[in-house]
Design a protein around this ligand. Sequence first.
Ligand SMILES: O=C(O)c1ccccc1N[C@@H]1O[C@H](COP(=O)(O)O)[C@@H](O)[C@H]1O
Length: 480
Amino acid sequence: MRSGVSGDILDTIVEARRRRVAEEGPAQGMRLPARRDVPLVPFAQDPCLIAEFKRRSPSRGAIAEEADPVEQVGAYVSQGVRAVSVLTEEGYFGGSLGDLVRIKERFPRVAVLRKDFLLSEEDVEVSWRAGADAVLLIARVLPEDVLGRMLRRAEELGLSALVEVHTPEDVEKVRRFEPLLVGINARDLATFRVDLLHPVRMRRLIDWDARVVFESGLWTRTHGYVAGSGGAWGVLVGEAVMRERGRVRAIMEGLAAGKRDWVRGRRFWSGLAAGRTLVKVCGLAREEDVELADRSGADILGFILAPSPRQVDRSFLERMGPVRARRVGVVVGEQGGGLEEAVRLVEEGLLDGIQCHGEEDPEVLGSLCVPWYKAVRVKERGDLEGVERYGAVRVLLDARVEGAYGGTGMRVPEGVVEAAGERGPVWLAGGLGPGSVGEVVRRFRPELVDASSGLEAAPGVKDRGRLERFFREIRDAEGV
Ligand SMILES: O=C(O)c1ccccc1N[C@@H]1O[C@H](COP(=O)(O)O)[C@@H](O)[C@H]1O
């Protein structure tokens, strides 16, 4: 996790804005009325999908350079959107305060957030005069005292403030103000990499009564679900809805389904600890092995629902006693009831999530409101191409062996693990066990390791000694 380092795009943008304000004043050349003449609308009401208007961004380049703000927001509103975010920064996002003024004039009852790199109380006042109902205050770019004054000024004017954080240091900075609205950005502005689990993990640090909005990188119904079940009150969606307006509804539905699961305590992603190697023990087919793996400290227990010497069915899951770890069903295509049956098992509470190990349709996966991740079989670096099309929160690497789907005991080539590590956190399966896992943890620092056949005395039968050595090696390697 980046720790407040300077020198990334955020610093560059802020510097540019500082210069601009110095030259043109906080209204940046716009002639605004001294007082606003549009009503103040409460921001971030339920259903809280904040749809953004932006023409381009430093991370994504041109998105919709010619888009008309009124027409675009009209499309959002017709799908039930009650709050919009308007990028008013000019140089890097192609926005203007004029866009905000036009949107607010045409849609006075829609709550409008001014998204910009605001730096002072004057910026807050200008936003209010332009018709904004809320302002974005980015914790990282504001010294604590300035942030405090801007929050106070916003409150005096009746504006909402969405205080954006990305790091634990940001949270520490804003904690004493206990802002009611907190945005957590999934995008690391140093690398532009988006990790949807980042806000889920950061959410736990917000220990005051706040409405938390997950920002960046949401495209699908599943992503809405991940946010909602990870403790988001709302989501802020930009590129996805600028490019495909019709996505609004799906993301909103996912968010609502996720929020229901959050309330019910079904929090697959949020409980997965960061900072130590997560462990999945897979191919569990005997009740005593389930108990052993759970007691040994596995984070995820895997159950093969597809044809395999380790295959189990619904009745096995029904018989199983309560466990501490998450229970994941491994599916391959339609065999053993396939994805549909696995979704039912999750909905019925017999499983907590799904490992998709076959050739699933990305559209179908992206429409699911249950926890899932994608397993991909890889032999060479090229096999990683196109993995993004799944929009998976996590991708599990397994060895590609012709004619087999998994449980092969074969290792993923090191070069492929390295290449995957350059793209994001690595979940690694394939031929792991005692004797290999320690070295893998030391060398690649995967976020999760997964083993099945390497822990067996015979197919479908786990070996206590191997399991114990497996866990010991992982913990020893982490200490190094
Ligand atoms: O284990 C199986 O029989 C299996 C069948 C179909 C799909 C996946 C399967 N197992 C998965 O394969 C990986 C790696 O296993 P191994 O450690 O190499 O034996 C693991 O994720 C299992 O879930």
